[in-house]
Ligand binder design. Structure first.
Ligand code: ADP
Ligand code: ADP
Length: 232
């Protein structure tokens, strides 16, 4: 589903260089929940952003769904990105839009007919348990509810992959549990492939099938959660 091979990423900041990724190879199977854990600065979010080419690697190859992402035209890349939903630590909702419009926006941009948008948004809000919040604004929602809107929005274009960038890091433990339950539910219902990055072991242990541990731009260990975190 996702194959990253020997990815290097060097950021240039003025005359300084930061080697954020130093030869990362990673395979994510269709339908699995894959977690990347590591301390701040390890390179997790650079790695995640490489999957949809929000960050272009300095070298290496990125194959998603059989497509060599680095060989796509701008237009083909836009198409490919529609099948990759993203959710964020700070939700990134539009504060002047209500819940309905936050989810509907991407469908409008893709010229989905109005009646279809209404149906789709209602279905998504039911899925995430916010059917009674369609007219609320982000400022009126709790953190967990905001992330539910983020998830509904990420699923609007029926993606095959969901990327989660520290999606529960701004939430309390109980809300984190409920968001993880929702992600698990979506993974099972739709066979959606999920890649998440986190610094929280709880997240990995609760929902991930496999995990990679990142340190200083390299993966130091990867395997099933049981294999990597069992202490013989
Ligand atoms: P993590 O998500 O694990 O915290 P990041 O991928 O954000 O790690 O960062 C890895 C390294 O790359 C860090 O040293 C960080 O400072 C650097 N870095 C990340 N993004 C940029 C950027 N846009 N410009 C320069 N350096 C960056
Ligand atoms: P029109 O452009 O004809 O007024 P829209 O379908 O664009 O109608 O909807 C106007 C606003 O009403 C939307 O921006 C949205 O905030 C709200 N809305 C539309 N459908 C729903 C719905 N099913 N549930 C809640 N709010 C909705």
């Amino acid at each position: 589903m996702i194959q990253l091979t020997n990815i290097h990423k060097t950021y240039k900041v003025g005359s300084k260089q930061v080697d954020a990724l130093k030869g990362v190879t990673l395979h994510v199977n269709k339908g699995e929940i894959f977690g990347v854990i590591g301390f701040s600065g390890a390179g997790k979010s650079t790695l995640l952003r490489t999957i949809n080419l929000l960050e272009k690697p300095t070298s290496g190859s990125v194959v998603v769904n059989g497509q060599d992402m680095l060989k796509l035209s701008e237009k083909e890349l836009r198409q490919a990105r529609k099948k990759i939903g993203v959710i964020f630590q700070h939700f990134n909702l539009l504060s002047s839009y209500n819940v309905f419009d936050n989810v509907a926006e991407i469908l409008r941009m893709n010229r989905v007919p109005k009646e279809q948008i209404r149906k789709k948004v209602e279905e998504l809000l039911r899925l995430v348990g916010l059917e009674d919040k369609a007219n609320a604004y982000p400022s009126q929602l709790s953190g967990g509810q905001k992330q539910r809107v983020g998830i509904a929005r990420a699923l609007a274009m029926d993606p095959e992959i969901l990327l989660c960038d520290e999606a529960t890091s701004a939430l309390d433990p109980q809300t984190t549990e409920s968001i993880l339950d929702l992600l698990l539910d979506i993974n099972q219902k739709f066979g959606l492939t999920i890649v998440l990055i986190t610094h929280e072991m709880q997240v990995i242990k609760k929902i991930c099938d496999r995990v990679a541990i990142m340190e200083n731009g390299v993966i130091i260990e990867q395997g099933t959660v049981l294999d990597v975190f069992s202490n013989p």
